[in-house]
Design a protein around this ligand. Structure first.
Ligand code: MN
Ligand code: MN
Length: 457
C-alpha cells in the first residue's frame, strides 16, 4: 500500500499546497466553460511571456530556442510551446488535459412559456446522471453571436446579487410512480428544462411572461430571441468551489474533470524557464463527447500548429514534423475514479485510485477487453516511474473500476496515433461527473509537482 502523501509534507510544503489550491479554486470559479478556461490561460500565459502565434506569423518574426508561443483554436482549445535548445525532431515533452465538463447546453430554439412559467430547453452534454441536476442552483455561461459577428459574453447566476436558475423536481408526496422508475429514467433528458421566470410584462395577455423575459434579454444583454440560434450557452452549477471536510483536506467543486489536471499542468508549464527539450501544453475541448469537432483532439489543429512552429523556426518539412511528433512523450492527464468505500463492489481494491496517494497513472483505460485503450508501453511506464521516484512524487496506478463494470476513454489514444509514447495520468475524483465533484488537495499538489518533473525530464 502506498503512503498517504500528507504524511511527508513539511510546513513549507503545506503553505505551497494551500496556495496552489486557493489559486485552483479561483480558476474553477472563473473557468466554468472551455472558453472561460482558454481566456484565463491566455491571460496567465501572456504574463509568463508567451506570444500569440498569429502575431508571429503576421510579423514574420522567427521562433528560436527560449521563445514561448501560444495558439488558441476558436477560443475553446489552446496549445502552449516553450521552445527548447535541443533539435525539435528529438521530440517534445507534452502535457495534455481537457477543459470541457459535463453540463446542460441550451437548445437553439429554447424559449417557451407554460402556465406562466418560462423555460429554456436544454440538451445535456457528456455523461450525466440526470437526476443529479434538478433542484440545485444553476448558472448560465456562454456566448451569443449576432448576425453582424459581434459576440456577447453571458454569465448569469455567479455574482452575489445575481439570480440563479433551476430545474424542478417532483415533490416526494406525489412521487410514487416516479420512484418506481429505474435511475436512468427518474429524470429524463427531455425533462431538463430550466425555469427562468414567472413575471408577466404589464399590458400583455398572451405569453406575457415570455415577453417580459425577452425584453430583459434585450435590455440587459442586448440579444433577441432569434439570437439563441447562434449562441453557445452552457448551464452549470452556480456558486464557488469550496474547501471540503472538517479538516479542509479536499475541494468540492463543479468541473474537476478535467480542470484539476488542466490547471496543475498549466501551473507546471508556466513555472518553467529556459529548457533543453521543448515543452508543450495542450488544453482541449470536446473530450466529454468523444474529442470530435474542430476543437476536439481528433482535429488537426495541434499538428497544423506544430507545422507552423517548425516553419517559423525555419526547419519545416513533413519529415521533421513526423519525427517531432513520434519522438515526443506525453502525460495525457485526466481524472481517475477515486475508490469509494460506500460503493466498494464496483472497484478492485489492488488496482484502484485512492485519495491522497498522489498522481494516478493508468497504463490502460478502455472498457471490456481493454477496448479502445491506449495501453502504454511498459518501457515508457518504467521511464515515468523513474521520473516520479527521482523527484519524490507520490504516485499510484489504477484501472477504472472492476473489469466489465464499465469504462471510459481519454485523449491518450489519439496522440498515440503519431507513434509517440503517451500514458494516462491524473487526479482521483469522487462523484465524477456529478454537479459537484471532490478531489484531495494532496493529489492536486502531487499532480502539479509530477507535471513539473515530467516536463523538466
Ligand atoms: Mn475527463
Ligand atoms: Mn469526464
Amino acid at each position: 500500500m502506498r503512503e498517504n502523501a500528507w504524511n511527508k509534507y513539511s510546513k513549507e510544503d503545506l503553505i505551497e499546497l494551500e496556495k496552489l489550491c486557493d489559486d485552483y479554486r479561483d480558476f474553477l470559479d472563473n473557468g466554468k466553460t472551455e472558453r472561460e478556461c482558454v481566456n484565463i490561460t491566455i491571460d496567465m500565459a501572456k504574463k509568463a511571456g508567451y506570444t500569440d502565434i498569429n502575431d508571429l506569423i503576421k510579423s514574420g518574426k522567427k521562433v528560436e530556442a527560449g521563445d514561448k508561443v501560444y495558439a488558441s483554436f476558436m477560443g475553446k482549445s489552446i496549445v502552449l510551446f516553450n521552445i527548447g535548445s535541443k533539435p525539435m525532431e528529438e521530440g517534445m515533452n507534452i502535457l495534455g488535459a481537457h477543459i470541457d465538463s459535463p453540463r446542460l447546453d441550451i437548445k437553439q430554439n429554447p424559449l417557451y412559456e407554460e402556465k406562466e412559467l418560462v423555460y429554456l430547453d436544454t440538451h445535456y452534454y457528456g455523461g450525466i446522471k440526470k437526476y443529479q441536476w434538478v433542484t440545485i442552483p444553476l448558472a448560465i455561461h456562454g456566448v451569443v453571436v449576432k448576425t453582424d459577428g459581434s459576440v456577447i459574453n453571458v454569465v448569469i447566476g455567479e455574482d452575489e446579487n445575481d439570480p440563479v436558475v433551476f430545474i424542478s423536481d417532483l415533490l416526494v408526496h406525489l412521487s410514487q410512480t416516479q420512484l418506481e422508475k429505474k435511475g436512468a429514467k427518474v429524470v429524463e433528458g427531455e425533462d431538463l428544462n430550466i425555469i427562468i421566470g414567472n413575471k408577466p410584462l404589464m399590458g400583455e395577455e398572451k405569453d406575457a411572461v415570455k415577453k417580459n423575459i425577452i425584453k430583459l434579454f434585450e435590455e440587459k444583454y442586448g440579444f433577441s430571441e432569434d439570437d439563441f440560434i447562434s449562441a453557445e450557452l452552457e448551464v452549470v452549477p452556480a456558486g464557488k468551489a469550496k474547501n471540503a471536510g472538517i479538516d479542509s483536506s479536499m475541494i468540492m467543486a463543479y468541473g474537476h474533470d478535467d480542470r484539476v489536471c488542466a490547471y496543475t499542468s498549466l501551473v507546471a508549464m508556466l513555472s518553467q524557464g529556459k529548457t533543453d527539450t521543448t515543452s508543450c501544453l495542450l488544453l482541449v475541448a470536446k473530450e466529454e463527447i468523444g474529442s470530435v469537432g474542430a476543437t476536439g483532439m481528433k482535429s488537426k489543429f495541434f499538428e497544423n500548429t506544430l507545422a507552423e512552429i517548425l516553419n517559423l523556426m525555419g526547419i519545416y518539412s513533413e519529415l521533421t514534423l513526423r519525427r517531432t511528433l513520434a519522438n515526443s512523450k506525453m502525460l495525457s492527464s485526466d481524472v481517475s475514479a477515486a475508490y469509494d468505500p460506500t460503493y466498494a463492489s464496483v472497484f478492485e481494491k489492488k488496482n484502484s485510485a485512492y485519495f491522497s496517494k498522489g498522481i494516478v497513472i493508468n497504463k490502460y483505460t478502455g472498457s471490456r477487453g481493454k477496448s479502445s485503450s491506449n495501453d502504454a508501453n511498459a518501457e515508457y511506464v518504467g521511464l515515468v516511474r523513474k521520473i516520479f521516484e527521482e523527484n519524490n512524487i507520490s504516485y499510484q496506478t489504477a484501472e477504472l473500476g472492476k473489469v466489465d463494470q464499465g469504462g471510459g476513454g481519454t485523449i491518450a489514444y489519439i496522440m498515440a496515433v503519431y507513434g509517440m509514447n503517451v500514458i494516462d495520468s491524473g487526479v482521483a475524483v469522487l462523484n465524477m461527473h456529478a454537479p459537484n465533484e471532490v478531489v484531495s488537495k494532496a493529489d492536486v499538489y502531487e499532480a502539479m509537482k509530477a507535471y513539473v518533473a515530467f516536463i523538466k525530464s
